[in-house]
Design a protein around this ligand. Structure first.
Ligand code: GAR
Length: 207
């Protein structure tokens, strides 16, 4: 059984989707054993506590550099035998040390069809604002491995979602979450835990 740490910063609806999927037996060979938040006010922490999952908070404000923040996160993970880190709305960019130590073992969910509307500065509702401004008719969500390039790691699963007339950021964000994120994140996590994701260069094959 693989131990999963879920990193969060906000509401935690993706964390909830993972908890619910685990309860339904849909995270095969995986168990969420830790939820780490980047701030103490993240509602995601309440969801974790309700589900009886251990929590930790490592607040960026308390660490002057990325390296020190990374070290504090690694200290929390130390000894917990974490096999997979899932960034579920974690809005802090991880440093190189952590990425190196967990190479090909960190999965992120991003609320657009990468390589569109991603990279530095594209997070949360900002992504949907940019989508609406661009006039595209289709958007979606992407799960991918994390490497040193923001939103640049190998793509695991993607799902398209229509942009509809009259959408605003809130409506579109909710549709992308409901139709795509809450489905493909638990699926990607399960595939990882089952050992079914083969990484070939900067691409993946589902086996
Ligand atoms: C989600 O839409 C997630 O895709 C996005 O933040 C939201 C968090 O919601 N992540 C990013 O934008 C990362 N670049 P949640 O806390 O309710 O899961």
């Amino acid at each position: 059984m693989m131990n999963i740490a879920v990193f969060v910063s906000g509401g935690g609806t993706n964390l909830q989707a993972l908890i619910d999927a685990e309860r339904r037996g849909e995270i095969k060979n995986g168990k969420i054993t830790l939820v780490l938040a980047s701030n103490e006010n993240a509602y995601a922490l309440e969801r974790a506590k309700k589900a009886g999952i251990e929590t930790a908070v490592v607040n960026k404000k308390n660490y002057p550099s990325k390296e020190e923040y990374d070290k504090a996160v690694l200290d929390v993970l130390d000894g917990k035998s974490i096999d997979l880190i899932v960034l579920a709305g974690f809005l802090t960019i991880l440093g190189e040390d952590l990425i190196k130590q967990y190479r090909n073992r960190i999965i992120n969910i991003h609320p657009s069809l990468i390589p569109l509307f991603c990279g530095d500065g594209f997070y949360g509702k900002r992504v949907h604002t940019a989508v609406l401004e661009s006039g595209v008719k289709v958007t979606g969500a992407t799960t991918h491995f994390v490497n040193e390039i923001t939103d640049g790691g190998a793509i695991i699963l993607q799902k398209a979602v229509p942009v509809e007339e009259g959408d605003n950021e809130d409506i579109l964000q909710y549709r992308v979450m409901r139709q795509a994120e809450w489905e493909i994140l638990p699926k990607a996590v399960s595939l990882f835990c089952e050992g079914r994701i083969k990484i070939v260069g900067n691409k993946t094959e589902i086996i």
